[in-house]
Structure formats: structure tokens, C-alpha cells
Design a protein around this ligand. Structure first.
Ligand SMILES: [Zn+2]
Length: 260
């Protein structure tokens, strides 16, 4: 990713087909290059801010014990939602928790699976929230699942199509390869935005369930909500960064069309 970032910068700073360079960088391309760096650095700063806050909150809430492990929380919430065909398993790694709709498993990272803390309960309940969405055919989850193969297809080639498109546009060639790249990239942006209601809804279901159970005697609603809020913010930053990059590519496209 970083290599491609460098290449884009080189291309954005390269003289255009007329070869005029007053300050080394023609003003219209120089402006685009600045916007590019504002987006990249802005996204990096925001995602660092969110992930470090998330990490701090989780460390803090991991020290607050409750009488159930992540595994027990997940199994109880599944039972309470009358879901009998979903299994709760443990997976390696940190922050690797996810629900897999293909084999109907709630996969909890080892630290969540075995730990009995507010943080573990919040994560476990959130992942079961996805299982509940699946069982109830929640439309945003269905839409997200439909987008998965399209995004897998486009993500394999999108950077190369964009790169080829930018080179061709910079050389005064046809801008249509760039447009193809923009459409492919647009799919990943759309996916990032469709993910948002899915994530917020899973957290909402988790908190509603926590409030209804005896866990509420031990759990602080505000703390569970706070942990899930920061987890959701990582998706918000990803979606906004993706949108900013999409607009940036569209700007290059418009710019190259104006010149041709
Ligand atoms: Zn989630």
C-alpha cells in the first residue's frame, strides 16, 4: 500500500503533457497533490486517535470483572434470542472477534472468550448481535453479504487499474481507464458505508440485551456503550477515508477531462 502511495505522489507531482513547470509543479497538479496528502495524513491521524482511544478504553474495561466469561455471555444471548444453530468458538489473535454467517459461528478472540470483564462481555454481545441480524434477515447485513464477492473481485485489481488510469490521464491519454478504477474503488467505498448500519445495529442489540439480563447488576451500561462506540468509530473513520480517496480520484478524473 505504501509503495503505491509513493507512486501516486510521484505521478501527482510529475509535469503534465505540456511539460511546463514554473515552480517544478504545475499549479493544478500541485493543488491535487496537497489534497492527497491532507487526506492521507488526516485519515492516519484520525484512525490513530480512534484506535488508541479504543485500546485505552478496552484495557480499562478489561480490568472490571463480571460473573460471566465472553463465551458464557455469547451463549446466553444466543439462547435468549432463541438461536440454536450458532456455535461459539475461540480464535487466535487480538481483536479478531467476528461472526461468520457462512458456518454460523461466533468467533471470539482468546482474551474475550475466556475473560470475565465488561470489555469481553461487550465484544461477545456485539458479535452475537450480528448472529441475531443474520437470523432475522436484517436487510443491511443481507446487502453487505451481497457486496462481499463484488468487493473481493474489485479489491484484487483496483489499485492497478487506478494506477494505470492515472498514468494514462497524466500522459494525456483516455481517462476511461481511470473512470473504471473509480467505479471499482466506489464499490469498496459503498461497502464501507453499508458496514456502518450493520455495526451500529449489532452494538444496539448487544446493549439492549445487556440491559435486560442480570448482567446489568454488574455491568455499567455507559461503559459497555462507550467501548462499543469506539469500536464502531473505527468503521466510521474507514468509511470517511475511503470516501475522501474516492472524491480525490474523481477530482483527478475531472481535471484530466478538462485538460483533454
Ligand atoms: Zn461488528
Amino acid at each position: 500500500m505504501l509503495e503505491i502511495t509513493k507512486l501516486f505522489t510521484m505521478l501527482a507531482n510529475a509535469p503534465d503533457q505540456y511539460g511546463y513547470t514554473t515552480t517544478g509543479i504545475p499549479s493544478h497538479i500541485g493543488g491535487i497533490s496537497t489534497i492527497y496528502w491532507v487526506i492521507i495524513i488526516g485519515s492516519m491521524l484520525l484512525s490513530w486517535l480512534v484506535s488508541s482511544t479504543l485500546k485505552r478504553r478496552f484495557e480499562e474495561y478489561s480490568q472490571m470483572p463480571i460473573p460471566m466469561t465472553g463465551k458464557e455471555v455469547a451463549e446466553q444471548m444466543l439462547r435468549d434470542n432463541h438461536i440454536t444453530d450458532v456455535k461459539v468458538t475461540s480464535v487466535n489473535g487480538h481483536l479478531t472477534d467476528h461472526y461468520n454467517p457462512m458456518d454460523k459461528t461466533v468467533n471470539l478472540s482468546e482474551s474475550v472468550y475466556n475473560s470475565n470483564s465488561i470489555a469481553a462481555a461487550a465484544v461477545a454481545a456485539h458479535e452475537v448481535g450480528h448472529a441475531v441480524q443474520h437470523a432475522k434477515a436484517y436487510h443491511w447485513l443481507a446487502m453487505r453479504s451481497k457486496l462481499v464477492p463484488i468487493v473481493q473481485f474489485s479489491s484484487g485489481m483496483v489499485q492497478w487499474v487506478l494506477l494505470a488510469g492515472i498514468i494514462m490521464a497524466a500522459a494525456g491519454g483516455s481517462p476511461w481507464v481511470l473512470l473504471t478504477g473509480i467505479i471499482l474503488f466506489g464499490m469498496t467505498t459503498l461497502f464501507a458505508f453499508v458496514t456502518l448500519p450493520v455495526e451500529f445495529d449489532a452494538s444496539h442489540r448487544a446493549l439492549q440485551w445487556i440491559d435486560r439480563t442480570r448482567l446489568m447488576n454488574y455491568m455499567d451500561h455507559a461503559k459497555a456503550k462507550n467501548a462499543l462506540f469506539w469500536a464502531a468509530m473505527t468503521y466510521v473513520v474507514a468509511a470517511l477515508s475511503s470516501l475522501a480517496m474516492l472524491l480525490y480520484y474523481i477530482m483527478i478524473f475531472m481535471n484530466s477531462r478538462d485538460r483533454n
